[in-house]
Design a protein around this ligand. Structure first.
Ligand code: ADP
Ligand code: MN
Ligand code: MN
Ligand code: MN
Ligand code: MN
Length: 416
C-alpha cells in the first residue's frame, strides 16, 4: 500500500556505501538493454569496459543466450547484441552507461544479410550506417565472424541478420528514406502499477476502488497511488537523456502516463524503449511491477494505450492542415494493416481495449475528428484552429513496439 520511503534516502548507509566506492579511472559499467522474445519486455546485462564510450559504435558487440529469452533455439542460441544508442546510467551514475541494443543472429539464411564495418563500403547497409565505426572492436569469435588483425587498420566483417523480434532494423531503413520529410513523433505511454501480487497497486485487496472520475490528473492520497515511482522515473529519464515530455495520472487509479517526444525518426523508438526500461527498473526498487497490458482490468475501467502524435515538416508549416488531412486519408485506407502493427499480437491485445467505449474507437472502424477522443485519429483543437501542427493516432496499444508503429505511419503517409 505504501512505497518504501527509505529507498530515496541519500543518507542511508548499506547499499549506498558500496555503490559509492571509487572505481578505477576510465572503467565504465555498460548495461546492455534489449527487447526480449515477448516483444513487450526488456532484458539487461552488464559488461565492464576500460574506456568511456562516447558513441555506441565504440562499444563491443556482445551476445546472450537467446534460448532463455524466447528468441532462439537451444541448438543455435547465441544472439548478438549490437549497440545502437547510449544513455547515462541514473542508477550507477558517474560515467556508467545504459546501452540500447539491436538483436542480430549470425545466420545467413535469415531475413536479411548485413555487413558491418568499413571493409566493404558498397555492401554496407544504411540501417547500420551511423553506427559503422572505423574502430569497432568485436570481442566475440564465431564461425560467421571473419577476423582481421585489430591493429592492422583492416577491420572485421560480421555477417548477421535482424532477429524476428528486431523491428528497429527496418524502422531505421524507413526513417532514413523519409529523413528529408523530418518525421516527428510524440508517444503517450500509459501503464498500470501492480503490487507484488499482480493486483493494481493501492487498490483494496478484496474489491474495487470507487468508480472512475476523481483519478485523472488527481492529487491526494486516495486519488493517486505510487507517485514516488512516477517522480523518480521522470527524473531518471531526464538524467539518462530520454526525451521525456511530461507525465500525468490516468483515468483508472494506479494508471499513469509519460510522454516521450517530439522525437525525430528512429529516436522515437529508442527513447521510448529506454523510457520503459527505466520505468521497470525504478519500480523494481520500490517492489512494484509495471504492466503494459492494454486492458489490465476488464469492465468499466479504462484500458491503456500509446497514443502516437505525428507530424512532418510540411504539416508543421503554415497551411500544413492539408498535409495532415492527406495523411489521415491514407491512414484510413490502411486501417487493418495498422491495427496489426499496433500491438505485439496482430490486434488481438488491442481488441480488448478498442471497444468504442472508455475514450476509444472501435477496432473495426476508422474515424477521424477534431478534438474527438472517441476517434481513431484526433486532430487537436489548436491544430485545427491554427491550420498546421500534427495529428494524434489513438489506436496503438500500451504494449506496442514503437518501432513498428512509427515505421507503419511513415510507410503509409510519407512513402506510400
Ligand atoms: P494528450 O492531450 O493527447 O493527452 P499529451 O500532452 O499527453 O497529449 O501528448 C502530446 C505529445 O505530442 C507529446 O509527447 C508531444 O511531445 C507531442 N507533440 C507535440 N507537438 C508535436 C508535433 N508537431 N509532432 C509530433 N508530436 C508532437
Ligand atoms: Mn552463465
Ligand atoms: Mn496524454
Ligand atoms: Mn492518456
Ligand atoms: Mn492522447
Amino acid at each position: 500500500m505504501f512505497t518504501n520511503k527509505t529507498v530515496l534516502d541519500r543518507r542511508l548507509p548499506c547499499v549506498h556505501r558500496y555503490l559509492s566506492l571509487p572505481i578505477p579511472d576510465n572503467t565504465t559499467q555498460c548495461m546492455y538493454v534489449w527487447i526480449d522474445g515477448t516483444g513487450e519486455h526488456v532484458r539487461a546485462k552488464t559488461k565492464t569496459v576500460d574506456f568511456i564510450p562516447k558513441s555506441p559504435s565504440e562499444l563491443p558487440i556482445w551476445n546472450f543466450d537467446g534460448s532463455s529469452t524466447g528468441q532462439a533455439e537451444g541448438s543455435n542460441s547465441d544472439v548478438y547484441l549490437y549497440p545502437v544508442a547510449l544513455y547515462r546510467d541514473p542508477f550507477r551514475l558517474g560515467n556508467n552507461k545504459l546501452v540500447l541494443c539491436e538483436t542480430l543472429q549470425a545466420q545467413p539464411q535469415a531475413r536479411r544479410l548485413m555487413t558491418l564495418g568499413p571493409t566493404d563500403a558498397s555492401r554496407h547497409t544504411p540501417c547500420l550506417g551511423d553506427h559503422a565505426s572505423s574502430k569497432r572492436e568485436v570481442l566475440i569469435k564465431r564461425k560467421d565472424v571473419r577476423w582481421a588483425d585489430p591493429t592492422s587498420g583492416i577491420y572485421l566483417t560480421l555477417r548477421a541478420c535482424a532477429l524476428h523480434t528486431n523491428f528497429r532494423h527496418t524502422c531505421k531503413e524507413v526513417m532514413d528514406k523519409a529523413a528529408e520529410q523530418h518525421p516527428w513523433f510524440g508517444m503517450e505511454q500509459e501503464y498500470t502499477l501492480l503490487d507484488s501480487d499482480q493486483h493494481p497497486f493501492g487498490w483494496p485487496k478484496n474489491g474495487f476502488p470507487g468508480p472512475q472520475g476523481p483519478y485523472y490528473c488527481g492529487v491526494g492520497a486516495s486519488k493517486v497511488y505510487a507517485r514516488d515511482v512516477v517522480e523518480s522515473h521522470y527524473r531518471a529519464c531526464l538524467y539518462a537523456g530520454v526525451m521525456i515530455a511530461g507525465t500525468n495520472a490516468e483515468v483508472m487509479p494506479s494508471q499513469w502516463e509519460f510522454q516521450v517526444g517530439p522525437a525525430e525518426g528512429i529516436r522515437m523508438g529508442d527513447d521510448l524503449w529506454m523510457g520503459r526500461f527505466l520505468l521497470h527498473r525504478v519500480a523494481e526498487d520500490f517492489g512494484i511491477n509495471v504492466s503494459l497490458d492494454p486492458k489490465p482490468i476488464p469492465g468499466d475501467w479504462n484500458g491503456a494505450g500509446c497514443h502516437t502524435n505525428f507530424s512532418t515538416l510540411a504539416m508543421r508549416e503554415k497551411g500544413g492542415i492539408t498535409h495532415i488531412e492527406k495523411a489521415i486519408e491514407k491512414l484510413g485506407s490502411n486501417h487493418a494493416h495498422h491495427i496489426k502493427m499496433y500491438d505485439p499480437n496482430e490486434g488481438r491485445d488491442n481488441s480488448r481495449r478498442l471497444t468504442g467505449r472508455h475514450e476509444t474507437s472501435s477496432i473495426h472502424d476508422f474515424s477521424a475528428g477534431v478534438a474527438n477522443r472517441g476517434a481513431s485519429i484526433r486532430i487537436p483543437r489548436q491544430v485545427a484552429e491554427e491550420g498546421y501542427g500534427y495529428l494524434e493516432d489513438r489506436r496503438p496499444s500500451s504494449n506496442c513496439d514503437p518501432y513498428r508503429v512509427t515505421e507503419a505511419i511513415v510507410r503509409t503517409t510519407c512513402l506510400d
